[in-house]
Design a protein around this ligand. Structure first.
Ligand SMILES: CC(=O)CC(=O)SCCNC(=O)CCNC(=O)[C@H](O)C(C)(C)COP(=O)(O)OP(=O)(O)OC[C@H]1O[C@@H](n2cnc3c(N)ncnc32)[C@H](O)[C@@H]1OP(=O)(O)O
Ligand SMILES: NC(=O)C1=CN([C@@H]2O[C@H](COP(=O)(O)OP(=O)(O)OC[C@H]3O[C@@H](n4cnc5c(N)ncnc54)[C@H](OP(=O)(O)O)[C@@H]3O)[C@@H](O)[C@H]2O)C=CC1
Length: 283
């Protein structure tokens, strides 16, 4: 198979997971972030995951080394000039993403797929800042990327069939199952998931039960692998808040209003697992 190159923009929990699965599928990967330390943190997470696979004999140490050799740190978007695909996984903020996509227009070759891993933001609006909106598409991986099977593919208003097919085939080659959805706030995944999480936060805020009780009810009663407050910490409370704000603004419906407790925690810098504190505390 011809070796292909992808640039993954944002080396946070999603970007590092996306880089890992591409590299494990044989792609060359530029892992891009603003600072070298952030890329190093992402690479450290990948090394840890690969070490676990070696320990479990799911991967040989030679394969691990080959995967690691396909990962190149990048702090310049100019590296998009040498890629066949871009997957943007920077912070869930329209201003940040528009700036990235605007810059990509001047750098990436014309036929490059410009995919975003956004959780909720409109693909069509993002596409409109580029000189090639037909190449822009949502390629929404789930967290943790190496484990979760789904990729939600989101077509913008003018995404071409060719770009859709390329992303669909790529998801399959990464061992994922793609599901096609249209471009509306939160798509399907977060339109359904995030109001449940937000309601769990309201349940805590209104004193209906303790955080442990709320999580236990949903785990044991509904067979969810994680309770909603544990899951919110896992996703990142900033990301949860941004998604609720996108739903609230996008639909103009108060049923999506973010719980004030969620906003308070984010303002306090309690972003969940990634900062060591959210609804729970972490080592
Ligand atoms: C916000 C959005 O836009 C969209 C989203 O992503 S929403 C979030 C979607 N994700 C979820 O809902 C996740 C819900 N939680 C789960 O499915 C499970 O708790 C879980 C898969 C995370 C962990 O599973 P578990 O059975 O409780 O724990 P554990 O036995 O430790 O892990 C199972 C496997 O996953 C792996 N794993 C767990 N966490 C991992 C991580 N962060 N990265 C890589 N691998 C991981 C483990 O190494 C283990 O692999 P092996 O079987 O090879 O040992
Ligand atoms: N968390 C989740 O469960 C899921 C998240 N997503 C989506 O994936 C994206 C990333 O989320 P996640 O990985 O959790 O977030 P993280 O906060 O873990 O990582 C985001 C990374 O992007 C970096 N970044 C910010 N601006 C830029 C830029 N201009 N260029 C390059 N890198 C930049 C951040 O750096 P710094 O810290 O310095 O700002 C940070 O390292 C978001 O759009 C989110 O909605 C999708 C599915 C699931």
């Amino acid at each position: 198979m011809e070796k292909q190159t992808v640039i993954v923009i944002g080396a946070g929990q999603m970007g590092s997971g996306i880089a890992q699965v591409f590299a494990q599928a044989g792609w060359h990967v530029y892992l891009n972030d603003l600072q070298t330390e952030l890329i190093e943190r992402g690479l450290a997470a990948i090394r840890k995951n690969l070490a676990h696979q070696v320990e479990k004999q799911k991967l040989s140490s030679e394969e691990r080394d080959a995967v690691l050799s396909r990962l190149t740190p990048s702090t310049s978007l100019e590296d998009a000039a040498g890629a066949e695909m871009v997957v943007e996984a920077a912070t869930e903020n329209m201003k940040v993403k528009k700036e990235i996509f605007k810059q990509l227009s001047g750098i990436a070759p014309k036929d490059v797929v410009l995919a975003t891993n956004t959780s909720s933001l409109p693909i069509t609006e993002l596409a409109a800042v580029t000189d090639r909106p037909e190449n822009v598409i949502g390629m929404h991986f789930m967290n943790p990327v190496p484990v979760m099977k789904l990729v939600e593919i989101v077509r913008g208003l003018v995404t071409s069939d060719q770009v859709y097919e390329k992303v669909y085939d790529t998801a399959a080659a990464l061992g994922k199952t793609a599901v096609e959805v249209n471009d509306f706030p939160g798509f399907v995944s977060n339109r359904v998931l995030m109001p449940m999480i937000n309601e769990a936060v309201y349940t805590l805020y209104e004193g209906v039960a303790t955080k442990e009780a709320i999580d236990e009810v949903m785990k044991l009663g509904m067979n969810h692998p994680m309770g909603p407050l544990t899951l919110a910490d896992f996703i990142g409370l900033d990301t949860c808040l941004y998604i609720m704000e996108t739903l609230h603004e996008g639909f103009g419906d108060d049923k999506y209003r973010p719980c004030p407790l969620l906003r308070k925690y984010v303002n306090a810098g309690w972003l969940g697992r990634k900062t060591g504190r959210g609804f729970y505390t972490y080592e």
